[in-house]
Ligand binder design. Structure first.
Ligand code: DLL
Length: 433
């Protein structure tokens, strides 16, 4: 099912026309209503009249996370605070959070794009959906909540935590959909296995997973463990929250709601636009938002775009799996390493659980790199030679993917700390030196 066929299946030519009209209007509005943007544009010597087509977008200044911190909390609003009906904030780890204000209309748009996502996952008005993303300032809980309500489904506003109750309600209320981070879904999958309630008594069929990078291997793991179809849900606070993009039944790329969020891919180091298909940093301009519209926001997410029509019938551009964030990339002994590369190796090996941790340090001016990974119960053995052999196999595979060789520490099942929200996969002790 497609929620909004007009928008999701529009010809590429008409989509560009629509985006152009919306971009021009947004630039006009921002220029007149948001001082920091006006100043930036004046510094670059441009006015809204310079933006006549989508190609002119490259003339506009970029916006970064730092700008949102510098203009905290409300200076990037393009409407008076009286028009703002909701505040959300991102789960920043350092300093001030990133605060975003939404007007009533922005919330309607959020509901609309969320509805497209959950419809594409195969959910509808007859389905019960358990939302186990955190509720509060984080956009996951309320974003997924509003999406399910918009399609007329029945939402269980569970939030994260309280595992026993998660399992009890999932069973008793007959949840068909589960919306949470992939790492929390793994945690719930283990809890489900431990539960005395037999799997056949659960109705669960569909997972709406996102908020952190995950691999195809992790999808397979989740689909097998939970007996469901696992779909990618993408979004970020600054743009709107979950609902910026979603997979469809083809599970072959994440469709972006590009009539609302115009995407570009740029070279992360130079900011130069890259052609379709090339991997680089994803950049969004919101072209319908009122409260805090953003121009050319640098997401730090690394991916590529595919403009081929999808066999599901949607024509919207598809984003390939996010490789990681520019700031997640580790440089170890001069080599670029993404946690997702390690995850794909771990998920390929039947002896391993998809729970892992990368520990990087610097000893005597040399980088050390350790991968800790859990071994499945049935493969965990007291026989040292067996464990050494497995360790050797893992090092070998990691080396062929990463081109550097890590230390590997095999740990017992269920010893690596579980996450109820976004997983923490890396401890880089070098940052404290
Ligand atoms: O994580 C919004 C969200 C909530 C998306 C629930 C999906 C589901 P932030 O906390 O601002 O917002 O974090 C945004 O998380 O730039 C990506 O790096 C990462 N991210 C989000 N979704 C995905 C995904 C929410 N499907 C940042 N795949 C983004 C990979 C994702 N990374």
């Amino acid at each position: 099912m497609i929620w909004n066929e007009t928008m999701e299946c529009m010809s590429r030519k008409d989509m560009r026309k629509l985006q152009e009209i919306r971009l021009k209007k947004t630039v006009e509005r921002i220029y007149h209503n948001c001082e920091p943007y006006r100043k930036r544009m004046q510094e670059k010597g441009i006015t809204p009249a310079d933006i006549q087509s989508l190609d002119d977008i490259v003339k506009l200044p970029f916006t970064s996370k730092k700008d949102l911190r510098d203009y905290y909390p409300f200076q990037l609003l393009s409407v008076p605070l009286s028009e703002v009906v909701r505040i959300q904030a991102s789960s920043g780890t350092t300093g001030k959070p990133i605060v975003v204000g939404y007007t009533r209309n922005d919330l309607n748009i959020w509901g609309e794009v969320g509805a497209r996502c959950f419809t594409a996952f195969g959910l509808g008005r007859n389905d019960v959906v358990q939302v186990s993303y955190g509720y509060g300032l984080f956009t996951g809980g309320l974003g997924a909540h509003c999406a399910v309500e918009t399609i007329g489904g029945t939402v269980i506003p569970m939030s994260s935590g309280n595992t026993e109750k998660q399992i009890l309600l999932m069973h008793d209320l007959g949840a068909v959909g589960l919306a949470c981070t992939p790492s929390y879904a793994l945690f719930l999958a283990d809890a489900l296995l431990d539960s005395p309630i037999p799997r056949e008594e659960f109705q669960l069929k569909i997972g709406a997973f996102g908020a952190e990078p995950w691999t195809e291997g992790m999808r397979k793991e989740l689909e097998e463990k939970l007996g469901i179809k696992a779909y990618d849900l993408y979004g970020l606070t600054e743009i709107i929250g979950p609902g910026v993009g979603h997979e469809c039944e083809c599970q072959n790329g994440t469709h972006l709601c590009e009539d609302h969020f115009y995407p570009e891919i740029v070279d992360p180091s130079t900011g130069e636009p890259l052609p379709p298909g090339k991997t680089g940093e994803l950049v969004f301009s919101t072209i319908t938002k009122e409260g805090m519209p953003l121009l050319r926001f640098r997401t730090r997410d690394l991916t590529s775009l595919n403009y081929e029509p999808c066999s599901c019938g949607r024509t919207s551009v598809r984003m390939n799996r996010i490789l990681g964030r520019c700031d997640d990339m580790l440089i170890i002994r001069g080599v670029n390493v993404f946690p997702s590369q390690v995850e794909s190796v771990i998920c390929e090996m039947p002896q391993l659980e998809p729970h892992y941790l990368l520990v990087v340090d610097r000893v005597n001016n040399l980088d050390t790199f350790e991968v800790q990974v859990e071994v499945k119960e049935e493969f965990y053995s007291d026989e040292i030679s067996k464990m050494l052999d497995l360790r050797k196999q893992i090092i070998h595979r990691l080396q062929s993917v990463l081109t550097i060789s890590p230390e590997v520490r095999l740990v017992e099942p269920r010893t690596i700390e579980r996450s109820q929200g976004k997983a923490k996969r890396v401890i880089d002790k070098r940052s404290f030196i």
